[in-house]
Design a protein around this ligand. Structure first.
Ligand SMILES: [Zn+2]
Length: 154
């Protein structure tokens, strides 16, 4: 069997992470995010808190909970090195490198969480400027302002 180029193993960010077993160049497809297309997100309670799903269009989700979907282990990071790109023709989401990725480097992407979702999901990516919450890149400046205003003033 050929090397898929990725493996899952314990991550310093959270739980199991996804790691490169070979180098990837920017724009290179790393792996498919495989799953079943469903019209509502998987029930977090039924899945005992372990949900792997991707909103591919408003109200349409890719349930990636299956064992063969290694991409589900990719963690969020404030400075990710990959992104998920939806391929309409193949109806497949591709985890795609956005930066050069070295062997043994953890593969991360922006989970794109809303402000409300971010409140329940701390980020521990380890970046010096980590905002401390899993939140979509465009919302981060707003979130930083919120943190500043919620701090007591002297
Ligand atoms: Zn972070």
């Amino acid at each position: 069997m050929s090397d898929p180029g990725i493996c899952s193993r314990p991550s310093p960010i959270a739980g199991l992470g996804l790691f490169a077993t070979r180098a990837f160049a920017p724009q290179e497809r790393i792996a498919a995010y495989s799953g079943r297309v469903v019209t509502r997100p998987p029930d977090e309670a039924k899945a005992s808190g372990k949900v792997f799903a991707l909103e591919i269009a408003p109200g349409t989700w890719l349930d990636g909970s299956t064992e063969d979907n290694l991409s589900r282990h990719a963690n969020h990071a404030c400075h990710p090195n990959a992104e998920l790109v939806w391929d309409e023709a193949l109806a497949t989401a591709w985890l795609t490198a956005t930066h050069p990725i070295a062997i043994d480097e953890e593969i991360t992407f922006d989970y794109g969480f809303s402000l409300a979702e971010s409140l329940f999901h701390p980020c521990a990516c380890g970046a010096p400027d980590c905002v401390g919450r899993i939140i979509a890149t465009p919302l981060r400046p707003a979130f930083r302002r919120h943190l500043r205003f919620s701090r007591p003033r002297d």
